[in-house]
Structure formats: structure tokens, C-alpha cells
Design a protein around this ligand. Structure first.
Ligand code: ATP
Ligand code: MG
Length: 586
């Protein structure tokens, strides 16, 4: 490829609204162009990277025995009504009407359509197991589209769906996908971790996210450096930090804490460690009639230690909160606690409430909490003596670095990650809702056991850049780069020798099967180098008259500090070896 026949469009400055490095660099390198919030055109340079990512995914999905098809972007609402997701899916689901006023959706994923295909096509146990996938445009009307194509509204996903006879088969299909994902992310050359993830209403423990490690990641991932424990913080189990509750040592006292409404402020005022305070969070659950009328509301007080934070996913698994909860309103709080927020606690509430204590809080003694009286806190609080034991004790907090690992094999560390893939055992969620069955050996209809497996194709570009960049621009891993090598001739328009050598090398590398770019634009060397460093091409060969006098070119890897002289044959040998290595992976 020659630059004059391609489209190179770089920018000195990124638009001000680009918040993270990858977004800025993708805009500056001319990889994407914004059309609207969360909606981007993939420009030629960016599309080349997307195609490389897709090719690797395709190769590994096919190797794992999955079969490619392509399902529509626009899908009739009927199927989504059958599964219940037309109603249950939040505002992220884009619902549209056609000219006949019929409802349609733009797919955020394709469980319904694939289940519909399976119930028509997979009739017998003899056709199982089966795994279908496609690489297709998705739309999710994200509340806060941001970070360019990392959290877009329109984006590209690879989604696969497995169909098995029974749970054991489904878990085997899951394992095959898990291994395929490891191969895929290994081949991209990214540093990643597979972490256990929340399974929501499905339950079970077969859900893993593939997280690319990056400080700007939206997810917190928890791992144990001395074992193979790794989980999303949403799921990571927090053990009690206190073995057995100690006996009370101090008397209950009501202390004035004027204007001090947070645990930090109270601890500072009273000159005690934050770890002796308890934080109050107030939730509400509503009971509704079949018609949807409000029958009653229960108010819940959740208690975590002052230095800990509530984990809402875990709270949602507490008996009584499972059906869904919301944060209580100020009016509800004032009615039940007889006090405004900031001074709330479990002792002496105005109306009955349910108290859920985190495991650590349940083991505390002589602690500090709000007194349900504005500008006052209690100190020396003890369960059983000053207030009844909590109604429920549960793991409701986020783990913190240094906590004991739930596998007992060390202490936990936390790092940030970008979710680029997700494998998920679905069970019969969709097959039951849509009555999707096959016939077993005895001719009896049985529900498919399913799994779904997503990879954020376009998000991977952003994630890779977050992990691989420097002050000059992107540093693509070889497998993802839009071009593997760029040839930068100095004086292309002036020197016959330089031009001839550049063209010859371009043709030879192309013949080797290398994605090579020849910059024939006649740019000054500084501008030319800056462009390709920004774009992130991992290998550069410079051709100059001076070097050619000694029969030499100059080679420089994108991460190398200096260039090294190399003969034409050495350059060819290097990339021939490179090509053999990549071919061996396919
Ligand atoms: N808005 C988006 N923009 C780009 N990629 C996305 C987006 N939402 C999801 N993806 C990608 O699609 C993959 C599979 O989709 P899945 O339904 O698991 O996403 P998700 O868990 O809702 O993602 P997130 O938690 O980041 O919103 C994700 O692992 C992610 O890589
Ligand atoms: Mg996910």
C-alpha cells in the first residue's frame, strides 16, 4: 500500500471533549470520526485495525468449532416480547416503529433471534452441541457514552451462542469458549486477566469477564497474587475482618458531633480510627399489587464499616432485597428515623426498619454510629447490649486491597480493567421463555441449555491503546497494527536511488505477505516520522541516499530508542521470519 493511494489524516490536537488517551489518540491518528454522541465512523486507518481484530476472532472461533452466520440488526419486537426483554430491558434498548406502526428493536445482543433459529433448525439431540456466532453492529443507548468507541452507542461485537443437551454439555461448551478467548487475547498481544463475574438472576458460577489491564479501566478487578483467584469487585467475596466479636469495654454515650455527618468527619472530631465507625445506608423495597399499585414499603438500614463501601450488587442478593431495591427518599428517611440523613443509626428509630449488617460490622464492638438525632452520634455501641442483633448479617461491602483472599491463599490486590469479553452460562433462561426444545433419544422434547459469549471488537482498539502508547502516540501490538511496517524514504521525490529501493522493498515485503505501507507523499522526515509514530505502526524502515551509499537501510521498532543500520537482505530476513511466526499461530 502506498500512502498516496490510501487515506492518512492526522491531527496535532485532539478535540477537547476526548477524556482518555485512547480516544484522543484515535481521533488524532485519524482512526475514527465522531458523528454524534457515542456514534463514530470507522475511518480507513481504524477499519484496518478492526479487520485485523475480527480476523483473529474469526480464526479462533472457527478453530473452536463455532459456526458463523449473520443475524439482522433490526429485529421484530415479537421475539423480544416472548423472552420478556422488550419490557424488562431498560432505556438502553432502542425501540423503533416501522411505517405500519409495528415495534422493532435495534439489537443490543441476539439471544432471541438465535434461540428462534435454534428452535426451528436444531430438532434432534444428534445436532447438538452447536455454537453459532456473528460479528455484527450493536446499538445500546448508553446513559453516558464516553471514551470514544470504548463505550459507544453503536459498536461492533462478536457474539456467540451455544446450544447443548444438558448442563454438563453447556459447561463443556463454556470451557471451549473460555480457552478460545484466552487464545484470542494472547494473539492480540494484550495483558489481560479472566475474572469471575456476577451472574445476576441466572445464578451459578459460570461467568467470566476478560479484562484488559489499564489504569483508566471502568472495572475494578480483584486478584490474589499468590493464587489464581481473580474476580470482578462486583462479585469478590469479602470475609469478616474480625474473627470473633470482643466483649463490650465502654459504656454507650451520646456525643455531640455538630455538622459532622460523614464517618471521616466524626472520626477526626473524636480522634478515633475510622475503623471504629459504622456507615448507614438506607434502602427501600416496595410491595406492589398485581395491578402495580403500591401496597407498602419496607425501609432497610445497611451497615458497613466507616472505611468500607457498599456493594450494590451484593446488596441485591440479600434475602428481601432480591426483588429489587431503591435508595430511600429523604422524606422516607425522616419519617422512619426521625432524623435527617447524616446522623442515622440502628438505635431508637422512629418506625421499625430492617437492619442488615456487613460481616465485619456484625463482629465489631464499642463502635460509633449516628444517634438518629441531628448533630449527635453514639459511641461505645455494642450489639446485644445497646441494640438487638442485626436482622441479617451478609457480605455487602466491596473488598479492599489487603483483605484476605476468599480462597485462603494470600491477600487481595486490586487493579483496573477494561471488559473486552464475557463468557456466560445461560442455562434455560431463553429456551424456557421461548419454548425452544430438541428431541432427545426417547423422542421427548427438552429445553436447550445455552451459553452466550461476547467480545467487544471495537472496544478492543481503545483498550489496546490504553495499554500501549507513549508520548508520541499509539504503539500497536504487531497483530493489531493497521500496517506492520512503514517504509519512510527520505527524498522520495528527489532521489531516483531512494525511490527505486523504496518501491523494490515495498514489493518484496508485500510478496512476503507483510502489510507494508510506503510513504510516498514526499513529506519532510520529521512530519513523516511523527505521523507514523502517532498512528502506531510497530516497525519502520528508513531509506536515505546516505545509507544507500553503504548499502544500508535503517530499522527502528516503535519502542526502540534509536534506529539501527540494516542491509536490505537483513530486513527481508527479519520480516520473513516474522511472517512465519504469525502463520504458525493460524
Ligand atoms: N457500549 C459499548 N461500547 C463498546 N463495547 C461494548 C459496549 N457494551 C459492551 N461492549 C462490549 O461487548 C462485550 C459483551 O457485551 P456485554 O453484554 O457482556 O457487555 P456489558 O457487560 O454490558 O458491558 P459493560 O459492563 O462495559 O457495559 C463486552 O464485554 C464489551 O467488550
Ligand atoms: Mg459483560
Amino acid at each position: 500500500m502506498k500512502a498516496s493511494q490510501f487515506f492518512v489524516s492526522t491531527l496535532k490536537e485532539a478535540p477537547a471533549d476526548a477524556e482518555v488517551t485512547s480516544h484522543r489518540l484515535m481521533l488524532r491518528a485519524g482512526m475514527i470520526k465522531r458523528l454524534g454522541a457515542g456514534i463514530y465512523s470507522y475511518m480507513p486507518m481504524g477499519l484496518r485495525v478492526i479487520r485485523k481484530v475480527e480476523a483473529i476472532i474469526r480464526e479462533e472461533m472457527n478453530r473452536a468449532g463455532a459456526v458463523e452466520l449473520l443475524m439482522p440488526v433490526v429485529q421484530p419486537a415479537e421475539l423480544w416480547q416472548e423472552s420478556g426483554r422488550f419490557q424488562a430491558y431498560g432505556p438502553e434498548l432502542l425501540r423503533v416503529k416501522d411505517r405500519h406502526e409495528r415495534d422493532f428493536i435495534i439489537q443490543p445482543t441476539s439471544e432471541e433471534v438465535i434461540t428462534d433459529i435454534a428452535r426451528q433448525e436444531l430438532r434432534s439431540y444428534k445436532q447438538l452441541p452447536r455454537n453459532f456466532y456473528h460479528i455484527q453492529t450493536k446499538f445500546r443507548d448508553e446513559r453516558r457514552p464516553r471514551f470514544g468507541i470504548m463505550r459507544g452507542r453503536e459498536f461492533t461485537m462478536k457474539d456467540a451462542y451455544s446450544f447443548d443437551r444438558d448442563k454438563a454439555g453447556a459447561l463443556r461448551s463454556y470451557e471451549v469458549m473460555y480457552q478460545a478467548y484466552c487464545r484470542i487475547f494472547d494473539r492480540f498481544g494484550l495483558q489481560y486477566r479472566a475474572v469471575a463475574a456476577d451472574t445476576g438472576a441466572i445464578g451459578g458460577d459460570a461467568s467470566h469477564e476478560f479484562q484488559v489491564i489499564a489504569d483508566t479501566g471502568e472495572d475494578a478487578i480483584v486478584y490474589c497474587p499468590t493464587s489464581d483467584y481473580a474476580a470482578n469487585i462486583e462479585l469478590a467475596e469479602a470475609l469478616s475482618l474480625i474473627g470473633r466479636r470482643a466483649a463490650p469495654a465502654t459504656a454507650l454515650a451520646k456525643m455531640p458531633t455538630p455538622g459532622k455527618s460523614t464517618c471521616e468527619e466524626v472520626a477526626e472530631l473524636l480522634a478515633v480510627p475510622l475503623q471504629t465507625t459504622v456507615k448507614s445506608l438506607v434502602l427501600a423495597t416496595d410491595r406492589l399489587s398485581a395491578e402495580g399499585d403500591l401496597l407498602g414499603t419496607t425501609i432497610w438500614l445497611l451497615l458497613v464499616r466507616g472505611d468500607h463501601s457498599l456493594n450494590e450488587i451484593k446488596a441485591g442478593k440479600v434475602e428481601g432485597l432480591k426483588g429489587g431495591f431503591r435508595f430511600a427518599t429523604v422524606a422516607e428517611i425522616e419519617r422512619h428515623f426521625g432524623c435527617k440523613p447524616g446522623y442515622l443509626g440502628p438505635i431508637g428509630t422512629a418506625l421499625p426498619i430492617k437492619v442488615v449488617a456487613d460481616r465485619t460490622v456484625a463482629a465489631m464492638h464499642d463502635f460509633i454510629c449516628g444517634a438518629n438525632d441531628e448533630d449527635f452520634h453514639y459511641t461505645g455501641v455494642n450489639w446485644g447490649r445497646d441494640l438487638p442483633e442485626p436482622d441479617l448479617v451478609a457480605d455487602i461491602r466491596n473488598v479492599v486491597a489487603g483483605d484476605l483472599s476468599p480462597d485462603g491463599k494470600g491477600v487481595l490486590a486490586i487493579q483496573r480493567g477494561i471488559e473486552v469479553g464475557h463468557v456466560f452460562y445461560l442455562g434455560t433462561k431463553y429456551s424456557a421463555a421461548m419454548n425452544a426444545t430438541y428431541l432427545d433419544e426417547t423422542g421427548k422434547p427438552r429445553l436447550f441449555e445455552m451459553g452466550c459469549y461476547g467480545i467487544g471488537v471495537t472496544r478492543i482498539l481503545g483498550a489496546a491503546i490504553e495499554q500501549n502508547h507513549d508520548a508520541r502516540g499509539i504503539v500497536w501490538p504487531d497483530a493489531m497494527a493497521p500496517f506492520t511496517v512503514v517504509i519512510c524514504p527520505i527524498g522520495y521525490d528527489r532521489s531516483e536511488a531512494v525511490r527505486a529501493q523504496a518501491e523494490a522493498l515495498h514489493d518484496q515485503l508485500t510478496q512476503l505477505g507483510i502489510d507494508v505501507m510506503l510513504d510516498d507523499r514526499g513529506e519532510r522526515p520529521g512530519a513523516m516520522f511523527a505521523d507514523w509514530e502517532l498512528i502506531g505502526v510497530p516497525h519502520r524502515v528508513v531509506i536515505s541516499e546516505r545509507g544507500l551509499k553503504d548499502g544500508m537501510l535503517e530499522y527502528q521498532g516503535r519502542r526502540d530508542v534509536t534506529a539501527s543500520p540494516m542491509s536490505v537482505s537483513a530486513v527481508l530476513a527479519k520480516f520473513s521470519a516474522w511472517r512465519q511466526q504469525t502463520l504458525a499461530l493460524v
